[in-house]
Design a protein around this ligand. Structure first.
Ligand code: ZN
Length: 184
């Protein structure tokens, strides 16, 4: 990441909106934002391959669900946050992965300019590619600041997206089981 470019851009942005970037409260802002972006965009260019490759052999045949994984991402259309919960499931195919690694997988794809639909798909695809389960299902529910603090202003409204792969595809029984496990 190029911190100098970010600092220049933020200074220009502040000038552009009619602010004085040299006034006391804003002086350190370009520097602060550059440091913050290091963290909130740390998923750029990364994949979940490393976390998802740490697996253990297992006879488990039933779906594993990790629910209520809190995530924060940035809408790529407005560079405003969207945030909420991810629910991730997979059906093991001889191997299971450490549960914290599922949260890590969500994080890798969340920490970049994103849209929720694509984030959902990328998490499901990463599970299929690196963990190689019989199937994977991902549901994301999130509030988008670009919806709630501007434009149509609907605080509390949630966008829900889902992706199904492998055994979950066109299998209403498995999908229902997932939703029951997430809601209990
Ligand atoms: Zn947006």
């Amino acid at each position: 990441m190029d911190a100098e470019k970010i600092k220049k851009a933020v200074t220009l942005l502040l000038e552009g909106v009619g602010e004085n970037p040299d006034r006391e409260g804003l002086k350190e802002t370009p520097e602060r934002i550059a440091r913050m972006y290091e963290e909130i965009f740390s998923g750029i260019g990364q994949t979940a391959e490393v976390p998802l490759m740490k697996t253990f052999s297992s006879d488990a045949k039933e779906m594993v669900v990790e629910k209520d994984i809190v995530f924060y991402s940035m809408c790529e259309h407005h560079l405003l946050p969207f945030y909420g919960k991810a629910h991730v499931a997979y059906i093991p195919n001889g191997r299971v992965v450490g549960l914290s690694k599922l949260a890590r997988c969500v994080e890798v794809y969340a920490k970049r300019p994103q849209i929720q639909e694509q984030l959902t798909e990328q998490i499901a695809e990463a599970l299929m590619e690196y963990l190689k389960p019989l199937g994977a299902m991902v549901v994301l529910e999130a509030e988008h600041m670009c919806m709630t603090m501007r434009g149509i202003k609907k605080p509390g409204s949630k966008t829900v997206t889902m992706a199904v792969k492998g055994a979950f595809e066109e299998n209403a029984v498995l999908q229902d089981q997932f939703f029951k496990m997430v809601r209990m």
